[in-house]
Design a protein around this ligand. Structure first.
Ligand SMILES: Nc1ncnc2c1ncn2[C@@H]1O[C@H](COP(=O)(O)OP(=O)(O)OP(=O)(O)O)[C@@H](O)[C@H]1O
Ligand SMILES: [Mg+2]
Ligand SMILES: [Mg+2]
Length: 505
């Protein structure tokens, strides 16, 4: 059933919010970065040749038995704790039956009525610093399905009438985090949606349990949206936009679905409960398949796996391993560094918080760390068309460069060159300075000679300086730099000039 042909036009966002109150719910799937799969010893690896990381358990061959990956369970417990959930004392896996070629077993091993973690919350920080609490219904363990490529449909092979299947992903450990319905978001619903998924991504990254790369599908979000008539208090019918895999897309999908539902409801229509697909190019969604709450997956407890029993000691050991929550860490660093909100946001956007933290921890001032990472490194990254973090510059390198400057051994300009040589593989900054003979000329002999030469060649400048126009010294620095191949210390040059003219600096 394709609704889009007959659907009324979406309302504007403002019109929609005047009349309706949005309700949202998110199912976020997190792919864990364990070495092996959830129930088999096949490697959990991204990007390998199709169907090379598959074994008999993943394929559900007769006579095989699954074994639970203990690391995946520990990751689930850690995530549950980080989401302020209760951890079940015992829980079970269940079979979710469906017939589709992405699962060779004809069921997905998941958890149903006994999730490992439940009843939590996450406080998410909005753009203006306000905190919005999202209640977590549960976080449960399951396995990923294989990847289908519809050869003809995706245009990869013109006219093809078949699909390609890659089972490398089948059995990869997943945690699905499900929120309770989120009410009271109002016009901030799209922003809250993005902030929530961002917060979840940051947490799984900080926990180190997932590569958390959304563009690779390590973190994927199903966004459920419905509207209720203001003051009505009864939830409307939801749509479920599947597998939205960027933060912006989550925001836009919620925005669009609110407008689309409002358009239908305002025209007297009713919402079909269905899954929908996000379309990045038009920033709209399209109809997927109808889905009722009574969808019968014929769940039943997985007979081939024992229940998981967690004891308090185990949970407390894992709790002790939790890192500082990302939101708290951000607040702490913003304060410690004394950056403005804008400066700090820029650091986050550039993905350089870890690097700056380490640079400061190694003894550079926050201002120096910022100058390097947000200035020079970002500029070079831009010129080389990569993300700043992807340049792979170590904080230790920046600390070393800064030390060379502070000791007066190189100036800023040379330091910038040294960075380029370093990126081109010439080694550590001090080695580059030594190899290339870049040390600042501050031994008085060579520098004084260069200054004398510049003064002799620019009598008009010297006259101005002598008359008290100290700024004019700047015109001498150029020629001195030229003479010393850029290795003069500008402060020293000034000092020598003033000295020669008998002026107090
Ligand atoms: N009326 C509603 N409007 C918006 N969100 C809703 C509404 N009712 C439920 N939700 C949210 O939708 C999500 C439903 O996810 P859940 O995993 O429980 O079930 P499902 O989508 O039916 O199943 P599946 O995991 O197979 O997709 C939850 O986040 C829930 O809070
Ligand atoms: Mg769902
Ligand atoms: Mg779900």
């Amino acid at each position: 059933m394709n609704q889009t042909l007959t659907e009324p036009a979406p309302l504007s966002f403002d019109e929609a919010l005047e009349r309706f109150e949005p309700v949202m719910g998110f199912e976020v799937h997190v792919e864990l970065n364990t070495k092996t799969k959830m129930f088999s010893s096949a490697p959990n690896a991204f990007g390998d040749e199709p169907n090379t990381n598959v074994n008999e358990v993943d394929l559900g061959l007769p006579g095989t038995l699954p074994v639970v990956n203990k690391t995946a369970v520990e990751y689930a417990i850690k995530l549950g704790l980080a989401l302020n959930c209760s951890i079940a004392e015992t829980c079970r896996f269940a079979r979710k039956q469906y017939f589709y070629p992405d699962t060779p077993k004809n069921w997905q091993t998941s958890q149903y009525d006994e999730p490992i973690a439940f009843d939590g919350y996450l406080d998410v920080e909005l753009d203006d610093g306000e905190i919005f609490r999202v209640e977590i219904e549960r976080a449960h363990m399951e396995e990923d399905a294989g990847k289908l490529t519809h050869a003809g449909g995706s245009g990869r092979i013109q006219g093809a009438d078949y699909s390609l299947v890659d089972y490398n992903r089948a059995g990869v450990p997943l945690i699905e985090i499900v929120t309770k319905p989120i009410t009271g978001a109002g016009e901030r619903a799209p922003e809250i949606a993005r902030a929530y998924v961002t917060a979840v991504r940051d947490i799984v990254k900080a926990l180190g349990i997932s590569d958390a790369r959304m563009e690779r599908g390590n973190v994927r979000c199903d966004a459920n949206v419905s509207l209720m008539e203001k003051g009505a208090g009864k939830f409307g019918t939801r749509s479920e936009t599947k597998n939205v895999n960027s933060l912006r897309a989550v925001e836009h999908a919620v925005h669009y679905e609110i407008r689309r539902h409002a358009g239908i409801l305002a025209a007297g229509g009713s919402i079909v409960q269905e899954t929908r697909h996000w379309k990045e190019d038009t920033r709209t969604t399209s109809s997927g398949r109808p889905k009722s709450d009574a969808d019968d997956y014929r769940y039943f407890p997985e007979p081939d796996l024992l229940p998981i029993v967690t004891d308090q000691e185990w949970i407390e050991r894992l709790r002790a391993e939790l890192p500082e929550p990302p939101a708290e860490r951000r607040r702490r660093l913003r304060e410690a560094w004394g950056y403005s909100d804008k400066e700090f946001r820029d650091v986050l956007a550039a993905g350089l918080m870890d690097q700056i933290e380490e640079t400061v921890a190694s003894g550079a001032s926050p201002a120096v760390a910022r100058k390097w990472w947000m200035g020079e490194i970002s500029r070079v990254a831009n010129a080389r068309e990569v993300e700043p973090a992807a340049l792979g510059v170590e904080p230790a390198t920046i600390v070393e460069l800064n030390k060379l400057i502070e000791e007066g051994r190189i100036n800023d300009k040379i330091a910038r060159q040294v960075l380029e040589y370093h990126l081109d593989g010439e080694g550590a900054p001090s080695k580059i300075v030594a190899d290339r003979g870049l040390e600042v000329v501050s031994d008085d002999g060579a520098l004084t000679a260069a200054v004398e030469k510049a003064m002799a060649e620019n009598p008009d400048v010297v006259e101005k300086v002598a008359a008290g126009k100290l700024k004019a010294i700047g015109a001498l620095i150029g020629p001195v730099m030229k003479e010393t191949r850029g290795q003069a210390d500008a402060g020293k040059v000034r000092e020598i000039v003033l000295n020669k003219l008998g002026i107090e600096g």
